[in-house]
Design a protein around this ligand. Structure first.
Ligand code: GTP
Ligand code: MG
Length: 179
């Protein structure tokens, strides 16, 4: 039987970030934890791990962010990284329609490797509004279809970054407290 989580701060929060290469997973993680943003792209090899704390519902939570590589060739390497995931951010780039289409592919991977994990859909790079290829309504429609929540962020400006992680955590708190 699964333990009932009365105090969400008592166990570290393993959170996975998934999505195509270049959508901004590493930048979102870095923005949240070290308030840093780099223009220069360096693809993640396999996976990067960042740890930090975040206050949610009055609790200081210990976060362990697993920032997975979006590159297809790391698919096999990624498989064991999902073990113990408590919640996930499925990220696409609002200026890249292909990355939006691929959300369903990433959800399949999450469902295969961490079937219990809740998730939210994150449309990143909203600071590049003039290059937008995916509307907010389309993001919301997809989230509704997948029975979850959608949020738009900018890892560059920090817009909604903390909120996106909190949304993902709150989904898991809700789920863990009713099971
Ligand atoms: N304008 C803008 N650029 C961003 C934003 N987030 C990320 N970028 C840029 O997009 C590029 C890719 O960002 P990363 O965070 O490295 O992408 P990733 O999803 O981790 O990519 P992989 O490691 O290959 O899976 C970098 O050049 C970032 O500077 C954002 O919110 N706004
Ligand atoms: Mg990366």
């Amino acid at each position: 039987m699964k333990p009932k989580i009365m105090f969400p701060g008592s166990l570290p929060w393993k959170i996975c970030l998934l999505g195509d290469g270049f959508v901004g997973k590493t930048c979102l993680s870095r923005k949240l934890i070290i308030e840093d943003f780099k223009e220069h792209y360096e693809k993640t090899i396999g996976c990067d791990i960042l740890t930090g704390n975040l206050k949610v519902n009055g609790f200081s939570l210990k976060l362990v962010l697993w920032d997975l590589s979006g590159q297809e060739r790391f698919k096999e390497v990624r498989a064991p990284f999902y073990l113990g995931t408590r919640t996930a951010l499925l990220v696409f780039d609002i200026t890249c329609r292909g990355s939006f289409f691929d959300i369903k592919h990433w959800l399949r991977e999450l469902r295969n490797k961490a079937p219990e994990s809740p998730f939210v859909i994150v449309g990143n790079k909203v600071d590049r509004e003039e290059e937008r290829e995916v509307s907010k309504e389309e993001g919301e429609e997809l989230a509704k279809h997948l029975r979850t929540t959608h949020i738009e962020t900018s890892a560059k400006t920090g817009y909604n970054v903390e909120k996106a992680f909190k949304m993902a955590i709150k989904k898991a708190i809700k789920k863990e407290s009713i099971h």
